[in-house]
Design a protein. Structure first.
Ligand code: GGG
Length: 343
């Protein structure tokens, strides 16, 4: 048996709603790989806010700094302003400088998935409208939100996108392609800066193809011809919208993982939210979080274990069991047990 010098320290932040069902599922999958892990469960989210008065306790952030990586579940922030509340996942991405949100969109063996799709959406993760500089003026009749785009953040997400395209193209006959998404024809200053910074990075990667596309036509074309895209890089809000829409092309949000990546840390999560309509029923699809756990392992250079998890998921998607979002009747537990069986 292989021995490991020290277990990986992994933080688990279930958060709200179905996050509490899918994160324990992913923990069991990691344990099933045979690699040594030490898990620490940490608090954050709307429920945490209601209990403690803060959505992201300082102990959570401090504990994360001592870990090798983390799995986040989901959070249900209210859609109205609540004094003292702020989204913990948006704060965590900024606090830990997890500047890239990498969202693989890959065809799955389910009827709802279109074939031949293999896109990586690289979403800038720290700025744009998510700086949340909002204010009311004009006696509350005008709402203003500042949108921040910096050359530094645009350059580093673009570099991550081009590096990823280079890696994805390894061993293939075609060179990689990065599509830079913006709306610089209207937002010529902010999106203009994103575009300029990304095109400058493209010069460093002569082996990778580059194109640019306005975000509205990008959405249209991605739905019409998804197979033509390889790596897509976008400012925060566009990346958020594009990646949720893209998930619908490959079986839905129940299968879509993401990795929040910085230079020294990774926090993975399902793309989906807390799904309050099904929370507590034990029927949430755990696969997005299980695939997120595979992304975490890949980031820790545990490629073999990551691949074993992905193969096991592929097998379960082909042969069942499936949760109701995939027209099945299985529970979270059924799917988790079936993936463990295949690992
Ligand atoms: N796992 C991703 C997730 O929870 N998505 C929902 C989301 O990002 N919500 C933002 C928020 O509620 O604060």
């Amino acid at each position: 048996m292989t021995t490991y010098p020290r277990p990986y320290q992994i933080a688990l932040i279930p958060g709200d709603g179905v996050g509490r069902e899918v994160v324990p599922a992913a923990q069991r999958i990691l344990e099933a790989t045979g690699i040594a892990f030490a898990f620490t469960e940490l608090d954050a989210g709307w429920d945490c806010f209601q209990r403690t008065g803060t959505a992201l306790p300082a102990e959570t952030v401090n504990a994360l700094r001592g870990c090798d990586g983390a799995i986040f579940g989901a959070v249900s922030s209210p859609s109205h302003k609540v004094p003292g509340y702020s989204s913990p996942i948006v704060a965590l991405r900024k606090e830990l400088d997890l500047y890239a949100n990498l969202r693989p969109i890959v065809s799955a063996p389910v009827t709802d998935s279109r074939p031949g799709i293999d896109i990586l959406i690289a979403r800038e993760n720290t700025e744009c409208l998510y700086v949340k500089r909002e204010r009311l003026e004009d006696n509350g009749n005008t709402a203003i939100a500042e949108r921040v785009i910096t050359r530094e953040a645009s350059t580093r997400i673009a570099r991550m996108a081009f590096e990823s395209a280079r890696q994805k193209a390894k061993g293939k006959r075609q060179k990689g392609l990065v599509t830079i998404v913006h709306k610089a024809n209207v937002l010529s200053v902010s999106d203009g800066l994103f575009r300029e910074a990304a095109l400058a990075v493209a010069q460093e990667f002569p082996d990778v193809g580059v194109e640019e596309q306005l975000v509205d036509s990008m959405l249209y074309r991605m739905i019409r011809e998804p197979k033509r895209y390889d790596v897509v890089v976008a400012p925060n809000l566009y990346g958020d919208l594009l990646s949720d829409a893209a998930a619908a092309l490959v079986g839905g949000l129940g299968l879509a993982p993401s990795a929040n990546v910085g230079d020294t840390f990774v926090l993975v999560e399902p793309v989906h939210g807390s799904a309050p309509d099904i929370a507590g029923q034990g029927i949430a699809n755990p696969i997005a979080t299980i695939l997120a756990a595979a992304l975490l392992l890949r980031h820790l250079s545990e490629e073999d274990a990551a691949q074993r998890i992905e193969n096991a998921v592929e097998h379960v998607l082909r042969h069942g069991p499936r949760t109701p979002d995939l027209s099945g009747t299985a529970t979270t537990e059924d799917v988790t047990a079936a993936v463990i069986q295949e690992i």
